[in-house]
Design a protein around this ligand. Structure first.
Ligand SMILES: CC(C)(COP(=O)(O)OP(=O)(O)OC[C@H]1O[C@@H](n2cnc3c(N)ncnc32)[C@H](O)[C@@H]1OP(=O)(O)O)[C@@H](O)C(=O)NCCC(=O)NCCS
Length: 164
């Protein structure tokens, strides 16, 4: 299994130095987990634990898209510089409508401020639109309002949570 779902949903795109594509199982070796650890708690997973998680998510097909931005200039290292996720939720509301949830957006600290975060989030939003979502939502801290506004989001509602 090479990616979380078949192309052409989230077909790979490149500007020559950065390749944005879907997560591959080999990205465990390319710094994917240590990148996520810059966002939140992300203990290392063994290769088999990673593979099991990858398979569970792959089973969701195009309803769960993890994009990564790969640094082509670092070849043959193939480091992952950024990631973001789209989960597509099916509803009874809106005639069986779909809502896109953007999650787990992070850019490596050394690569921030170069437009990578913007590119990944805009790409996720485009995929959600093409999947038929009537809206895309996300949670963020107040400090990130300006960043997500640049990505095309407007402030709406209040976030609530129960943590376990
Ligand atoms: C937030 C984050 C993803 C932004 O990624 P990035 O690649 O540095 O952002 P970009 O370079 O694409 O910035 C796009 C625009 O947003 C602005 N921006 C980026 N981060 C910002 C911030 N923290 N506050 C205000 N504006 C910000 C940039 O100035 C840029 O504006 P411009 O186009 O007018 O120059 C990155 O800083 C990060 O990974 N932070 C830690 C993890 C995190 O907080 N993730 C979000 C979870 S909700």
């Amino acid at each position: 299994m090479a990616s979380t779902s078949p192309e052409p949903v989230a077909a790979a795109e490149t500007d020559g130095s950065i390749l944005i594509r879907r997560l591959e199982i080999a990205d465990r070796e390319r710094g994917f987990l240590s990148l996520l650890a810059q966002l939140s708690s992300c203990p290392d997973l063994t290769a088999s634990e990673f593979a099991a998680c990858f398979a569970d998510l792959a089973a969701l097909g195009d309803d769960h898209v993890i994009l990564v931005a790969e640094d082509l200039s670092a070849a043959p290292d193939r480091r992952i510089l950024s990631t973001g996720c789209l989960f597509v939720e099916r509803k009874f509301l809106r005639g069986g409508g779909k809502v896109g949830h953007v999650e787990d957006v992070v850019v490596d600290a050394a690569a921030r401020g170069r437009g990578l975060g913007l590119r990944v989030v805009r790409r996720l939003v485009k995929i959600a639109k093409e999947a038929g979502c009537y809206k895309v939502i996300l949670d963020c801290t107040p400090e990130l309002r300006a960043y997500y506004a640049k990505c095309g989001f407007v402030e709406k509602g209040v976030q609530m949570a129960v943590y376990f």
